[in-house]
Design a protein around this ligand. Structure first.
Ligand code: GRG
Length: 294
């Protein structure tokens, strides 16, 4: 069960990211329709869980929320770009996202492609700015980590699309999901470690935590696709079956998927055992990923 404390941290991070992105995507000198489409894709409604994971990971090393805000906004822009592109007619062909029309529905598919491209490139421009971190070596490491995670997400998306025609086996589903959803979630906790200039061991444990958190997030998503309503999700429910998607729920059933979910939560908690009570917010977060309702 989610504690009020976690709820208030989710709300605070979400408000901070919304405020940052509203400002950051407000001042830019861009064609007005492009800017409007970018803002539609990036503002309003997202849970901002990747920036929260980054923030809580960085906090282990004494980094304040303010100091991790720009890096959190960068990973959120990459996530938003992926959703804008994922919704396109040639991908998931979705009309509803975060309770609003998708960017291609509100504008047009060509502009949605370009708005996604612009969010992606803006993420890296932001990471390269001294306002993200004063040390250029840290900025370069953040860029390297996020470009790896974003590239792996694209690989996962390709495997997912191919899986609609040639069904994936169980190993294939795990690999696809680790790339498509897991890579960016893993990257969030790794970026927190990088911002905090963590030692190699601590960074490796946060990567291990992020891999488990990504798996938990994706399996919960697959379960919600079957059990929740479109209203609760703010996006179309039941798409996996409709599109013949290979998921852990399809392969193992709901009970089997829930068992893997629990096992993955334990794996994430194990990765945190060297961090003591300071890591309690991350412990709560992975449990929240497992129990989330949207
Ligand atoms: C188009 C390159 C490219 C990749 C798309 C992210 C993605 C890859 C596809 C989205 C499909 C999907 C529903 C994946 C399941 C996990 C997921 C990313 C859910 C959405 O993330 P949330 O729940 O969304 O954090 P909000 O709206 O809260 O930000």
């Amino acid at each position: 069960m989610t504690t009020p404390d976690l709820n208030s941290r989710i709300a605070a991070c979400s408000a901070d990211i919304d405020g940052f992105l509203d400002h950051h995507l407000g001042a830019a000198n861009r064609p007005p329709r492009l800017l409007a489409a970018m803002r539609h894709g990036a503002l309003g409604g997202g849970k901002r869980l990747r920036p929260l994971l980054l923030r809580e990971s960085a906090a282990l090393f004494g980094i304040t929320p303010q100091q991790s805000l720009a890096a959190g906004a960068a990973i959120e822009m990459v996530h938003c770009y992926s959703l804008v592109h994922d919704d396109l007619p040639d991908m998931d062909n979705d009309q509803l996202r975060r309770g609003k029309p998708t960017v291609w529905k509100a504008f047009d598919p060509a502009l949605a492609i370009l708005a996604g491209d612009a969010l992606l490139t803006e993420a890296f421009a932001l990471l390269s700015s001294p306002k993200t971190h004063p040390d250029p070596a840290i900025r370069a490491e953040l860029i390297a980590a996020l470009s790896l995670g974003a590239g792996q997400m694209v690989e996962g998306q390709v495997l997912d699309i191919e899986g609609e025609t040639v069904p994936l086996d169980e190993d294939g589903v795990f690999r696809m999901q680790a790339l498509k959803t897991g890579a960016l979630i893993r990257t969030a906790s790794e970026m927190g470690a990088i911002l905090g200039n963590a030692g190699l061991d601590a960074r490796a444990e946060l990567v291990r935590f992020g891999i488990s958190a990504g798996l938990v997030f994706q399996i919960a998503d697959d379960i919600l696709d079957v059990t929740a309503t479109s209203d609760a999700l703010g996006k179309t429910a039941g798409k996996d079956i409709e599109q013949n998607k290979s998921t852990i729920v399809a392969l193992r059933g709901l009970d089997g998927a829930r068992k893997i979910l629990d096992h993955s939560v334990s794996g994430g908690l194990d990765a945190l055992k060297g961090f003591g009570t300071q890591a309690d917010p991350l412990r709560e977060l992975i449990r929240h990923f497992a129990a989330r309702e949207n």
